[in-house]
Design a protein around this ligand. Structure first.
Ligand code: HEM
Length: 217
């Protein structure tokens, strides 16, 4: 694809590589559900109500892969029709990922089966906030583009994507829990999950504010 300068491949390629682990984890879950694997305390909720998790995995995978290309500037300017068509799919998939995430948070049974799961009430509230914020940011990005407000469209879509990619950052923020099993527990789990979202939130706000500074005369 000549439209994309070589160096610009780095942005989509980097973002796709970054989302590789959640997409892989989701694919393994889909295979598990499809192959009728053994039901255990760790996966019973997914077998009891598979639709939300299946929709979640399919939608976040498309969102992460297609969404990565939207951030390459020359791709946007050389392929505006692609950006528009992909944008519709990404908005629908992003909303689906956020809403199914909220659905699972609200309706999957609350489980706390150490050492398999340490999800507690603070993480529950965090998920409600993050899922709602992601859906809101994507909706604001959509509303902005309907008004041809490119600047705010870009900013809200970046924010939504950053929150979504919190799932990727959480792969890294969980490393201490695996390196030091003695710290495993509800507190560590909550901090590791929260750190993933916080890092991405701070990173995207820094990017947005540095872009604003560069645009100042
Ligand atoms: C692009 C965005 C997202 C990605 C890449 C992502 C990734 C994942 C992955 C890999 C899983 C594990 C699936 C499994 O264990 O089989 C998962 C499950 C889940 N996600 Fe997301 N997710 C995203 C957005 C969200 C949002 C915004 C929320 C907020 C509510 C959310 C809430 C959940 C919940 C509640 C589960 C099930 C957890 C459980 O019961 O173990 N996700 N997601």
């Amino acid at each position: 694809m000549s439209a994309l300068a070589k160096s610009e491949w780095l942005i989509p390629a980097g973002l796709i590589a970054f989302s590789f682990v959640p997409i892989l984890a989701g694919s393994i879950r889909l295979i598990e559900l499809g192959s009728g694997a053994q039901i255990t305390p760790n996966n019973a909720r997914f077998f009891t109500a598979p639709l939300p998790i299946v929709l979640h995995i399919i939608s976040f995978s498309i969102y992460c892969i297609l969404g990565a290309f939207q951030f390459a500037a020359s791709f946007r300017s050389h392929k505006p029709n692609w950006h528009r068509a992909a944008g519709w799919i990404i908005i629908l998939c992003g909303l689906c990922a956020a809403l199914t995430g909220l659905w699972m948070t609200l309706f999957y049974p609350t489980i706390n089966y150490p050492p398999v799961n340490f999800d507690g009430p603070v993480l529950y509230v965090m998920r409600l906030l993050v899922g709602s914020a992601m859906a809101l940011f994507i909706s604001l990005g959509f509303a902005a583009i309907l008004k041809r407000d490119i600047q705010n469209h870009r900013i809200w879509m970046m924010r939504g994507f950053a929150l979504g990619l919190g799932a990727s950052t959480q792969v890294f923020t969980h490393i201490p829990m695996f390196l030091f099993p003695n710290i495993q527990g509800e507190l560590a789990r909550t901090l590791c999950m929260g750190a993933g979202w916080t890092i991405n939130f701070v990173a995207v706000e820094l990017m947005i504010s540095s872009e604003r500074t560069r645009r100042l005369p």
